[in-house]
Design a protein around this ligand. Structure first.
Ligand code: IMP
Ligand code: MG
Length: 181
């Protein structure tokens, strides 16, 4: 097996401080657009750190969202998408008749978010918004753009702040890109 990717292979792309500033502004945008009462559907596992920070930033804007999680998987163990989206863990809260904000880490081909959006809309949500921490427009396949986004991301494989390479490096407090070896 190849030697695992470590911190030494990673260059900082967005610092913890930059992310915190961006989250505050994102929360303001979200609360002024959606209001205070809505359901957040966070897509696991990649959004785990982002949603924890975004949720607290939303509190400071007066929002009181209900939060639930959904696990969707489109990647195998490596750095390339398999292109097929699977629901690995489904929601528990009902979304029928309620406004929903789907939160994910990265919008790349758009297949993951398009799948989640269709699913939530089919269950009768009154409106479905999407928020992504990173937008990678280069690889877009689905006709979709996020309503709220943290940063535009270069076409590089990124890790940290919840995002992984083969389940590693989610713990990095910043967002970095993996230098090819
Ligand atoms: P999409 O379905 O192609 O838009 O892929 C989105 C999902 O792929 C994200 O939710 C991530 O989990 C994963 N992903 C895409 N690019 C990266 C990356 O650079 N690093 C880690 N995960 C990624
Ligand atoms: Mg993901």
């Amino acid at each position: 097996m190849a030697h695992p990717v470590t911190r030494a292979d990673v260059e900082v792309l967005f610092s913890a401080e930059e992310i915190a500033v961006r989250n505050t502004l994102l929360a303001k945008e979200i609360a002024s657009t959606i209001g205070n009462e809505f359901v957040i559907v966070a897509i696991l596992k990649g959004s785990c750190v982002f949603i924890a920070d975004l949720l607290r930033a939303l509190y400071h804007e007066g929002a009181a969202p209900e939060v639930d999680f959904m696990s969707l998987s489109s990647y195998g163990d490596g750095m390339t998408s398999r292109g097929v989206v699977q629901v690995v863990r489904d929601l528990q809260v009902p979304v029928q008749g309620r406004p929903v904000l789907i939160v994910d880490d990265i919008l790349e081909t758009g297949r993951t978010l398009a799948h989640a959006k269709d699913l939530i809309a089919a269950r009768g949500a009154t409106h479905v918004w999407t928020c992504v921490l990173l937008d990678k427009p280069v690889e877009r396949a689905a006709n979709l753009s996020a309503d709220f986004r943290g940063f535009e991301c270069p076409d590089k494989f990124v890790v940290g702040y919840g995002m992984d390479v083969a389940q590693r490096l989610r713990e990095l407090p910043f967002i970095g890109w993996v230098r090819p070896r």
